[in-house]
Write a protein that binds this ligand. Structure first.
Ligand code: GLN
Length: 501
């Protein structure tokens, strides 16, 4: 079967539009899948955004959808829509590598809940997306399978850790992808790659089948080209799951039905801390433009004080590394993962040490050591327990912003606006030798995970760097479990910004 040549002039089609065309019989699921696979073949050699692809299986599944349509069977809301999954998500076929040598040959016996819900809705999983090893990173460069490149400028990173998911959507290989966000890994790459990315409230989406990084922070969410597609995917994957005790037992919200109802005079909080002097001028400009856009829509802009955000990076890297050191203990060459070849005289401890030293890359080893140290007896109070206290203060800052302040006479915010990163996409290799510089990339995203809130990044006004136009991500943060309101406000900004569809 020869895939049709992709037309580079054709505007990218959204998942919602693709599903509608397939339902209407204007396009077959097979043709939509062939197009995704052709794009993938053409672009992946340069971008390296996929670790594994499933061409035959995808086409076979697409054919069953076309047959179901021909037979008059009901089609799911995502029938025939090609999608990519970050490679820390378990599927009962193919490999689940977490972009690590440790799991380079790992095959999961089961499929993650969020993925199964997409499959049940008719989506076609064309492949597993590249990522930072074990989701630790902000650039996509720590993958055992090599870095992913930013489709808009191949000399730059797409952001991370959901690097391949962001690049695959930005390059128009797939309209939508799933990523995971522990400290910004959906929103930051979405911002650097010019797409929309959403981290739902902690507890909104099941993590069953997501390889755990930091369990009190991890969430799964969509990357797409529009707010509508994010709503479509989130509506499909969210809701309680008996297999994940952290999912909230709340009725699944209806997101699409209200998406286009603007909120009258929304109150938008802009943190003092968002005007950081270290922000790139393009980020300063995009934030100003987003504020202006809200003012033109009749929004009330209020200044909010997220006083403890300054300690966000320190608290996050302690909590996340501590949890990672515990979660990753299972990769020991016995229970899971790469097993080293032993030499005569080696003992059990050598097996553990050698397997872990060979299987984990340098950034993962650094996190495990940091986390183990922060939790160790005699140090836990100074580091881990202090980080938990800071986490509570950060939550409190957000709680006050979302509550009316009678003393200051300020109303409760409907959403908080800030950039998703302090700078646009940086060059490959620019920060790899300076872990702290890399960690500072996450300054605007990590506190949202520490507070468990939902947030969405969408493209703001781009900026020109070295003659290349680069995207700048703007982030909106909402109240816990109020994704409907957050998405409506994001949709307002999307329309005001004149973004694609
Ligand atoms: N960059 C952050 C980290 O390395 C966030 C990663 C993520 O959200 N998975 O921990």
């Amino acid at each position: 079967m020869t895939p049709p040549p992709s037309d580079p002039a054709a505007p990218p089609v959204t998942g919602a539009a693709l599903a509608a065309r397939i339902r209407a019989g204007e396009l077959t699921a097979v043709a939509a899948t062939q197009r995704a696979l052709a794009q993938l073949d053409a672009l992946n050699p340069a971008l390296n955004c996929f670790i594994d692809t499933f061409p035959d299986q995808s086409l076979a599944r697409a054919a069953t959808i076309d047959k179901a349509r021909a037979d008059g069977a009901p089609l799911g809301p995502l029938a025939g829509v090609p999608i990519a999954l970050k490679d820390n998500m378990c599927l009962s076929w193919g490999r689940t590598t977490c972009a690590s040598k440790m799991l380079a040959d790992y095959r999961s016996p089961y499929t993650l809940t969020a993925g199964q819900r997409l499959i049940d809705a008719g989506a076609i999983i064309v492949g597993k997306a590249n990522m930072d090893e074990f989701a630790m990173g902000s650039s996509g460069e720590s993958s055992f399978f090599g870095p992913t490149r930013n489709p808009l400028d191949h000399s730059r990173v797409p952001g991370g850790s959901s690097s391949g998911s962001a690049a695959a959507v930005a390059a128009d290989i797939v309209p939508v992808a799933l990523g995971s966000d522990t400290g910004g890994s959906i929103r930051q790459p979405a911002g650097l790659s010019g797409v929309v990315g959403m981290k739902p409230t902690y507890g909104r989406v099941s993590r069953y089948g997501l390889v755990a990084y930091a369990s009190s922070l991890d969430q799964i969410g969509p990357l797409a080209r529009t707010v509508e597609d994010c709503a479509l995917i989130l509506e499909t994957i969210c809701g309680v799951d008996p297999a994940d005790g952290t999912t909230a037992d709340l009725p699944a919200p209806s997101l699409l039905a209200t998406l286009n109802d603007p909120i009258d005079r929304p109150v938008i909080g802009v943190p003092k801390q968002a005007h950081d002097p270290h922000n790139h001028p393009g980020v300063v400009n995009a934030l100003g433009d987003a504020i202006d856009a809200f003012v033109r829509m009749g929004a009330r802009i209020v200044e909010v004080d997220l006083a403890h955000v300054a300690h966000g990076i320190a608290a996050y890297y302690l909590v996340a590394s501590a949890e990672a050191s515990s979660n990753l203990a299972r990769f020991d060459g016995v229970r899971y993962g790469h097993r080293a070849t032993l030499q005569p005289g080696d003992e059990l401890l050598d097996l553990y040490c050698k397997s872990r030293a060979e299987g984990f890359g340098p950034e993962v080893q650094r996190r495990i050591m940091l986390g183990t140290y922060a939790l160790s007896s005699g140090y836990a109070d100074a580091y881990y327990n202090t980080a938990l206290k800071v986490r509570r203060l950060i939550r409190r800052d957000y709680d006050s912003a979302f509550a009316p302040n009678d003393r200051m006479g300020t109303p409760a915010c409907d959403a908080i606006l800030m950039p998703s990163s302090p700078s646009p996409a940086f060059k490959l290799g620019e920060k790899t030798s300076d872990p702290l510089a890399m960690y500072l990339e996450d300054v605007y995203t990590v506190t949202v995970n520490l507070a468990g809130l939902p947030a969405i990044t969408l493209p703001g006004t781009p900026t020109t760097v070295d003659g290349v136009s680069l995207p700048v991500g703007m982030q909106l943060i909402g109240r816990a479990f109020d994704e409907p309101r957050l998405l409506r406000i994001a949709r307002m900004l999307e329309l005001a910004g004149g973004n694609r569809p």
